[in-house]
Design a protein around this ligand. Structure first.
Ligand code: NAD
Length: 336
């Protein structure tokens, strides 16, 4: 067995902890270091999240560093896993690729599409691999839905409705739309990205949204307009109490509805059935496994290339414009 890829995580808050928990059972990669400017975060020497068997790591052999400079000068590693707040993604991804590291970076790719473009340019110039962790592309139930869609088993997709609603995160940077992009860019982007992954870039978007406390778009409903395509809508919010999310996809011959066991299939003619989809390994485990397999086997990143995640940021920017103007907005294509 070849030597494992050595990974360092930068940003050890909520998501850094989630990612750290995924490295215990990986085939191609081991976690060697964790970096955070707040050393208070280093007290816990085990990461465990309640997401099936895949989410647990012992962290007693990991090196802890309080800055990127300390990390790169004192630890030998090959790949940086960026779990920093959104406005720092582009800066650190670019820096790391220039310093010779492959980069897995949390979503959103960047606060602005112009920064996402610079990330792609740097990946091309340096030859480093870059992948944005759009986790729905790696979630077993979403993978199954894509497989159902692409197989044409139930005919064409006519309509899809998605939902992702919760309360306002506590950290100050989330509550500043200049940094987080509000619920629209931070949370709702998950669904925007999956829609784009499944169906391509819509021609136009029409978004109804409100700002309540943050000045960002805190609660919204978007319609994605595809010429001759399915009617797609998606709701996202930081103004709701209990967390809820869901997907309903109406095909010509059946409706697919996410449920706790997997996907409920309700055929037009025939009996309802539950398609069981295991939730383990969880999407965070799967995205790390996939990216590191691409590095180890020198394969292109096909499921989630940065050129594709840039498109999702461009759609989100059109949604923001639509929500703020009350008008339908055409989605920009890269380079225009
Ligand atoms: N994929 C998902 O399901 C999901 C869920 C939640 C968050 N996220 C994303 O993960 C990212 C991080 O979110 P979070 O909730 O973990 O944020 P957080 O505020 O909990 O953690 C960020 C951490 O980064 C550290 N930090 C800040 N500047 C630093 C620097 N220059 N060097 C080193 N460390 C630094 C902070 O001290 C903090 O511990 C965001 O982009 C967010 O959108 C993704």
């Amino acid at each position: 067995m070849a030597k494992k890829i050595r990974c360092a995580i930068i940003g050890y808050g909520g998501m850094g902890h989630f990612h750290a928990a995924q490295y215990g059972k990986q085939k191609y990669v081991e976690l060697v270091a964790i970096c955070d400017t707040n050393p208070e975060k280093f007290k816990q020497k085990e990461a465990q999240i309640n997401l099936g068997k895949s989410g647990k790591s012992k962290l007693d052999k990991v090196q802890y560093c309080a800055s990127y400079e300390a990390l790169t000068s004192s630890v030998e590693f090959d790949m940086l896993d960026i779990c920093l707040p959104c406005p720092l993604h582009a800066e650190y991804a670019i820096r790391a690729m220039k310093d010779g590291y492959d980069v897995l970076c949390e979503k959103p790719m960047a606060r602005h599409s112009s920064d996402a473009v610079k990330m792609i340019e740097t990946a091309r110039k340096t030859g480093r691999k870059l992948m944005i962790a759009q986790c729905l592309r790696f979630a077993n139930n979403f993978r199954k839905l894509k497989e159902i869609h692409d197989s044409g088993r139930y005919g064409k997709l006519l309509r899809m409705d998605m939902r992702r609603n919760g309360g306002l995160p506590k950290q100050a940077w989330y509550r500043d739309p200049a940094q987080s992009g509000g619920a629209l860019l931070d949370l709702h982007l998950h669904d925007t990205d999956f829609i784009q992954y499944l169906l391509g870039v819509p021609d136009k978007v029409m978004t109804f949204g409100i700002t309540r406390t943050t000045g960002g778009i805190d609660d919204l409903m978007s319609n994605y307009i595809f010429a001759d395509g399915p009617k797609v809508s998606s709701e996202g919010s930081w103004c709701r109490g209990p967390w809820s999310s869901g997907v309903v996809a109406v095909f010509e011959k059946a409706t697919a509805d996410f449920c706790p066991e997997g996907i409920r299939i309700c055929p037009v003619d025939g009996k309802e059935k539950i398609l069981k989809v295991p939730s383990d390994p969880n999407p965070y485990f799967n995205e790390i496994a996939y990216f590191t397999e691409c590095i180890a086997k020198k394969k292109p990143v096909k499921i989630c290339p940065p050129e594709s995640t840039l498109l999702s940021i461009l759609i989100a920017e059109a949604e923001e414009k639509s929500a703020r103007t009350g008008k339908m907005v055409a989605v920009k294509k890269p380079g225009r």
